[in-house]
Design a protein around this ligand. Structure first.
Ligand SMILES: [Zn+2]
Length: 200
């Protein structure tokens, strides 16, 4: 897990950091070709557009992008549908908000570290993060099994619910739902272009 404060840099510099991190992660995965990189990022839509406009589509094909669940609602519907954590394939039941949980864990240390010297504070937080990371790795197999079971159960229940709904409305087929989703993405994209042109 890597976190960087990107607020102090210009847009091009800011977006360059996640691109660099992704390239480094992809290099580290070269020895494990079976592993697929799924990235959850607050501004995944901007990163995607940046990679497309800078002719880096080949890089984009090597991983999947999603918006963290809580951040999704700050984006327009086209982003929510195209990149929302719950809409993306092979994203499991993850919400992509792991960093927020890390901040929540570190918050417990604010009162005991505020009177410390910078060096002692750094040591304590390093130990705390090491402990947090080790626990996460230990729990990972059990957590992934639980999430898989939960995802399969939810998929089966949703499929059954959708089937009942479609059966109750004979004229409504799955192709209509797909077309409706495509039209929402298209219309909201057009609206964004118009809004952008009016503003700039
Ligand atoms: Zn967006």
């Amino acid at each position: 897990m890597v976190s960087i404060c990107l607020a102090e840099f210009s847009f091009c510099s800011r977006i360059a950091y996640p691109v660099l991190l992704i390239k480094e992660h992809l290099e580290s995965l070269l020895l494990q070709p079976d592993l697929k990189l799924h990235i959850s990022y607050d501004i995944a839509c901007i990163l995607k557009r940046h990679l497309e406009s800078s002719k880096q589509e080949s890089l984009l094909e090597k991983f999947s992008l999603a918006l963290p669940a809580f951040h999704t609602y700050a984006h327009r519907p086209s982003c929510q549908i195209a990149l929302g954590a719950k809409y993306c394939n092979q994203n499991g039941m993850t919400d992509g908000e792991q960093c927020e949980r890390l901040w929540s864990y570190l918050r417990c240390f604010s009162s005991i570290t505020k009177e410390m010297s910078a060096a002692n504070r750094k040591d304590l937080l390093t130990d705390a993060l090491y402990y947090y990371g080790t626990k996460k790795i230990e729990k990972m197999p059990m957590l992934l099994c639980k999430r898989l079971a939960k995802a399969q159960k939810q998929a089966a229940e949703s499929e059954e619910h959708l089937k009942k709904l479609l059966d109750s409305i004979p004229i409504l087929g799955r192709c209509y739902i797909h077309r409706w989703l495509c039209s929402v993405i298209y219309l909201t994209s057009i609206y964004r272009i118009i809004w952008f042109r009016k503003r700039y």
